[in-house]
Design a protein around this ligand. Structure first.
Ligand code: GTP
Ligand code: MG
Length: 251
C-alpha cells in the first residue's frame, strides 16, 4: 500500500503547522503528504514548505473539490495506491486514518468515509444544521445502498480505482465534492462504507457555516444530489486495469 495524504488548504497558515506536526508524530501512519494550496492569499504554501511538506500551488482559488481533484491527479501521477483527504484546519485526526484503512480492508470498499454521528466522538450539531444533515444522510444511504451518517464529511479514503475516477471527474462546485460525489460513486459502481471517527472543531481560522444558513445548505444539497442522479452510469475498468503504477499525466 502506498498512501498519499492529500491536504486541501485555503488560507490555513495558522492551522497547518500543527496538523503537519501531528501527522509526523503519528506512529505507523506510513503515508506521504501533499498540501494543495488553493490560491491562498496568506503564507499557507511557505508555511507548509517550511514544515517539509511538498506543495502544489493553484494559481487561483478553485474550492475544496478543485483542490482535492488536484491532489488525486498528483496521486495518480506519482503511482499511489490509496489517497486520503485530511482537512488542513485540524478537524480530522491523523490517528484515525488507520481506522479508515482497516475498514477498507475489512469490507473491500472503494471509498471509506470517516463519519461523525456514528457513535464515536463528542461532535454534536443541533437545530437546522442537524436536520439538514440527517435528511441528506437518509437519502444518500439509499442511493449508495449502505448506512451513512455523515455525507458532508471531507475525511475520505479512496483506493486507486476510486481516486483515478475522481481525479478526472470530481466536481468543484459547492457540495459537489461531498454529496454529488457520493451519487457519482454509486453510479460508477464504487462501494462506499463509513467508520465512526472523532471530529474536532477547526483548530484555527473561521467556520464557514451555521444556523439557518443550513436550510439553504439543505436545498443546495438536494440540488447537488439531483444533479448527481441525472448523470449517466459509468463503467470503470477493473481494479487491476485502473492504472496502478502508471506515471503519466500532468497535475
Ligand atoms: N472553505 C473553503 N475551504 C477550502 C477551499 N479550498 C480548499 N479548502 C480547504 O478545504 C478544507 C475544508 O474546508 P472547511 O472550510 O474547513 O470546511 P468545513 O470543514 O466543512 O467547515 P468548518 O466547520 O468551517 O471547518 C480545509 O482544509 C480548507 O482549507 C475553499 O475554496 N473554501
Ligand atoms: Mg473544516
Amino acid at each position: 500500500m502506498r498512501l498519499l495524504i492529500v491536504i486541501p488548504a485555503w488560507n490555513e497558515e495558522e492551522a497547518l503547522p500543527g496538523l503537519l506536526a501531528e501527522i509526523s508524530r503519528t506512529e505507523g501512519l506510513g503515508g506521504d503528504v501533499v498540501v494543495v494550496d488553493d490560491g491562498s492569499t496568506d503564507a499557507t504554501a511557505d508555511v507548509a514548505r517550511a514544515c517539509g511538506a511538498p506543495v502544489v500551488s493553484l494559481p487561483l482559488n478553485l474550492g475544496v473539490g478543485g483542490a482535492i481533484r488536484t491532489g488525486y491527479r498528483y496521486a495518480v501521477r506519482e503511482g499511489y495506491t490509496h489517497a486520503v483527504q485530511v482537512d488542513a484546519d485540524g478537524q480530522h485526526r491523523p490517528a484515525d486514518i488507520a481506522a479508515l484503512v482497516a475498514r477498507m480492508e475489512e469490507t473491500g470498499a472503494d471509498i471509506v468515509i470517516g463519519a461523525r454521528f456514528a457513535g464515536v466522538g463528542e461532535y454534536r450539531v443541533r437545530g437546522p444544521r442537524a436536520w439538514a444533515m440527517r435528511f441528506l444522510s437518509g437519502a444518500l444511504s439509499r442511493v449508495c445502498g449502505t448506512g451513512l451518517t455523515d455525507t458532508t464529511s471531507g475525511f475520505k479514503l479512496m483506493n486507486r480505482r476510486a481516486f483515478s475516477y475522481f481525479s478526472e471527474n470530481l466536481p468543484s462546485e459547492y457540495l459537489g465534492d461531498t454529496i454529488e460525489a457520493l451519487v457519482m460513486a454509486s453510479k460508477a459502481g464504487l462501494r462506499v462504507e463509513q467508520v465512526g471517527v472523532e471530529m474536532r472543531e477547526r483548530q484555527a481560522g473561521e467556520a464557514s457555516h451555521g444556523g439557518w444558513k443550513s436550510l439553504v445548505q439543505l436545498l443546495r444539497g438536494l440540488m447537488a444530489m439531483a444533479v448527481g442522479l441525472t448523470r449517466p452510469r459509468v463503467v470503470l475498468p477493473a481494479a487491476q486495469e485502473s492504472g496502478a503504477g502508471r506515471k503519466d499525466g500532468n497535475v
